[in-house]
Design a protein around this ligand. Structure first.
Ligand code: KG4
Ligand code: ZN
Length: 342
């Protein structure tokens, strides 16, 4: 195959990712996660994540080169996530990428993590239609991105104003006594439940909400509502119908996500929806997306799960695309930017 050989480095949160692509062909995708180290703290600890990146970086780099059957000196360009993410974590990847760029005398491309999540689908389903609507749903993001051109024009339409949707799945799972990670376990528990059993609230969905937060999301009210509902039951000494609560909660989340995604596509006359992030694995989200996008004439693209979660291949893919489009590389002093806008 042809195209530039690009190395991608991802270190924005708790995954150290090294990806290698040749053009639009994936050669290696090494991911080392420090998630186990954070579990007992109930969330990602920035300092621990940074140290774990430092320890995983070079071994991962070596493994990726071995898997791809390439030498570092063969690489045509280096791409790295410069933001958004945890400042210290980002800095480890950015420093590594800069060192490689200098040592190999190859161009450096600093890329946006969210844009890379969208770009990765090129590996699975070919060139992105223009425009594409990106829906990113994970433990860290809930975003709607309007993408007229993945190389030069990626616009943020909406974001969560509190918890990410995956976070809501994980927190509600804990309330229901389901093991970590909560998302897949709620998905499973919900299969035997009635999604109409309990009417949980849909965040930011009233007419007034839609004026100010048309494409934004909110899940903390929903989480509180589920917690209260369960506590009331327990206080009354009644059994908690776990399957029904799981199904009703899940329905509230995916109902609002799919509604807003379709609304954004309609508003922007965009007939292509790309879905990324770990929550894209949710079976009810997939079913409802198919139903509602089908009705609206919107085509859906979801990359395979290993490309949906944080990884280096997505960074390499966007980097290779920028090289192919003749985009100028970044300056060697490009900073890590934890609150990078899109
Ligand atoms: O992208 P990802 O692997 O990493 C982070 O964002 O950190 O996403 C992980 C999130 C977790 O919150 C997990 O509970 C959720 O994705 N998740 C799911 C499902 N599979 C994973 N949520 C709902 N249903 C699923 N089947
Ligand atoms: Zn991510």
């Amino acid at each position: 195959t042809r195209g530039p050989l690009v190395l991608g480095i991802e270190s924005s949160c708790d995954e150290t990712g090294i990806g290698i692509v040749r053009g639009t062909t994936l050669l290696a995708n090494e991911v080392a996660s420090s998630m186990d180290l954070h579990v007992r703290f109930g969330g990602v600890v920035p300092e621990i994540a940074s140290r774990a990146h430092l320890e995983a970086m070079l071994p991962s780099l070596r493994r990726a080169c071995d898997t791809a059957g390439v030498k570092l000196t063969d690489v045509d360009a280096i791409a790295v996530t410069v933001g958004p993410g945890l400042a210290g974590a980002l800095m480890v990847g950015v420093a590594a990428a800069k060192a490689l760029s200098v040592a190999l005398d190859k161009p450096l491309y600093g890329v946006n993590h969210l844009a890379a999540h969208v770009a990765v689908d090129i590996l699975d389903h070919g060139p992105l239609p223009e425009p594409t609507m990106g829906l990113l749903v994970s433990g860290g993001h809930t975003n709607l991105l309007y993408v007229p051109d993945i190389a030069t024009d990626v616009r943020s339409l909406g974001n969560t104003i509190d918890d990410a949707c995956g976070e809501a799945f994980d927190k509600v799972a804990r309330v229901l006594g389901l093991p970590y990670p909560g998302g897949p376990n709620i998905d499973k528990a919900a299969q035997g439940g009635d999604s109409k059993a309990i009417a949980f609230p849909r965040g930011l969905s009233t007419k007034k909400d839609l004026e100010k937060h048309r494409y934004d999301f909110s899940f903390s009210g929903l989480k509180t509502s589920v917690t209260r509902w369960v506590a009331t039951r327990e206080a009354a000494g009644e059994p908690v119908p776990v399957a029904d609560v799981a199904a009703s909660f899940q329905e509230a989340v995916v109902d609002i996500i799919t509604k807003k995604a379709v609304m954004a596509c309609r508003d922007y006359e965009c007939n292509n929806l790309m879905v990324g992030g770990g929550v894209s694995a949710n079976s009810r989200l997939r079913a409802l997306l198919e139903e509602r996008c089908g009705k609206a004439g919107i085509a859906i693209r979801v990359p395979k799960l290993s490309l949906c979660t944080d990884n280096g291949a997505m960074v390499a893919t966007l980097g290779a695309h920028l090289v192919a489009k003749g985009i100028e590389p970044s300056a060697l002093d490009v900073p890590a930017d934890s609150s990078m806008p899109i």
